[in-house]
Design a protein around this ligand. Structure first.
Ligand SMILES: Nc1ncnc2c1ncn2[C@@H]1O[C@H](COP(=O)(O)OP(=O)(O)OP(=O)(O)O)[C@@H](O)[C@H]1O
Ligand SMILES: [Mg+2]
Length: 364
């Protein structure tokens, strides 16, 4: 997978940018506020996933404009392809001139792994961020997974609405059976996929961490099961979620929330036996999040047979020179984009052939 060219029109501060990157390591440098993260974000949108920095599509439209447009030529599945994303209130995507029904249809066509300072939340914040990490990674591998997540969230919203209704009118409680079954069925698919994915990613992430830290600490990942005591396979998981939902029905009705299920699970990230969230240093937390991302890229290659594009925004802060060197030298076959403010920094640590793109101009 390689980006061959990118054109932006009224995309955030990138009013009209044409960019032809190299096939290996690309350094995007420039002062604060010139649009480095915006450039990374614009490439990421071609995965079909949403922006990692905005909830609303239209936030990426340049202030004062009605729409933004991105055009990208890329190499995928042994041929060149082109895609266009037009954004007004919503995203409109075409692939090789054919309009796609939704962003989901683009998933798997162009694959990338992105790491930005925001992704430190995988290690630093609560369970939601870790579930999001697993769900985005799985969606790129299996677009149907993204659909299952949507259906699960709809069923969850319906169960919560029914809980509110049942608190006022107990006869409504019978309606909960339908949503319990749906949440158990869809939740089992989600949980089984997440557990299998974590099992797959574990060894690769631990090996990456070992190299980044030169063996100073060890990384351990473990899926935490809240809804179940033990489970083997999807049917067992579904049965155990259903039982848990029924056991919690009374207290859930009082609080009008669904307290068990796929939307409550988590995995732990430990460094040498201690929680990385509670006890890790900034650099250690960054190394742990980065290891997960590098492992995510390895899994994409393993499953699809194609190297994903790697987008690393501001990855060097807080890493010592040895850790920085590992990051740059890690990529041999992949196209990588690394943003930084200080170009000198890169030349000091890289013996690789890099293509440099300097962003210039004025901050908006
Ligand atoms: N919708 C928008 N329209 C116009 N400008 C925008 C829009 N959204 C964000 N910007 C501007 O884009 C600029 C560049 O942002 P970006 O985060 O890409 O900078 P950066 O080069 O990554 O900076 P840093 O080195 O600080 O990370 C910011 O000044 C921001 O105000
Ligand atoms: Mg930035």
């Amino acid at each position: 997978m390689k980006v061959l060219s990118l054109k932006t029109e009224n995309y955030r501060n990138l009013a009209a940018k044409e960019y032809t990157p190299g096939g290996g390591v690309n350094i995007v440098c420039g002062e604060n506020g010139l649009g480095k993260t915006n450039l990374i974000e614009s490439i990421w949108l071609f995965t079909g996933c949403r922006s990692f920095r905005s909830i609303r599509d239209k936030d990426v439209v340049r202030f004062g404009c009605d729409e933004a447009k991105l055009q990208m030529e890329f190499f995928s599945g042994s041929r060149n392809k082109e895609a266009e994303i037009r954004i007004d209130d919503k995203r409109h995507i075409t692939l090789n001139g054919v309009a796609l029904a939704s962003g989901r249809k683009m998933m798997g066509e162009f694959t990338a792994v992105v790491f930005t300072p925001l992704h430190l939340s995988i290690v630093k914040e609560g369970p939601e961020e870790r579930r999001k990490f697993l769900d985005i990674a799985l969606s790129q591998l299996r677009p149907n997974y993204a659909k299952t997540i949507l259906e699960y969230n709809k069923a969850l919203a319906q169960r919560n609405a029914t809980l509110r209704a049942a608190r006022e009118n107990p006869s409504m409680a019978a309606m909960l059976d339908i949503w319990d079954i749906e949440l158990a069925k869809k939740g089992a698919v989600i949980i089984e996929s997440r557990m299998n994915y974590l099992e797959q990613i574990k060894d690769k992430a631990c090996a990456a961490y070992d190299e980044i830290s030169s063996g100073k600490e060890s990384l351990e990942l473990k899926y935490k099961e809240y809804a179940r005591e033990s489970a083997n396979g999807r049917k067992d998981i579904a049965r155990s979620i259903l039982r848990a939902l029924q056991e919690k029905r009374e207290s859930d009705t009082e609080r009008c929330i669904t307290s068990v299920g796929a939307h409550r699970e988590d995995f732990s990230i430990d460094l040498s036996g201690k929680s990385a969230r509670l006890f890790g240093s900034q650099g250690q937390q960054r190394s742990a999040a980065l290891s997960l991302k590098l492992a995510e890229a390895d899994i994409i290659t393993q499953v699809t047979g194609e190297e994903p594009v790697v987008l690393l925004d501001d990855v060097f802060s807080e890493l010592d020179p040895q850790r920085q060197k590992y990051v740059v030298s890690h990529f041999t076959n992949r196209q990588v984009f690394i943003t930084c403010c200080d170009e000198e920094n890169i030349s000091r640590i890289a013996d690789l052939d890099v293509t440099v793109e300097r962003l210039e101009g004025q901050v908006n």
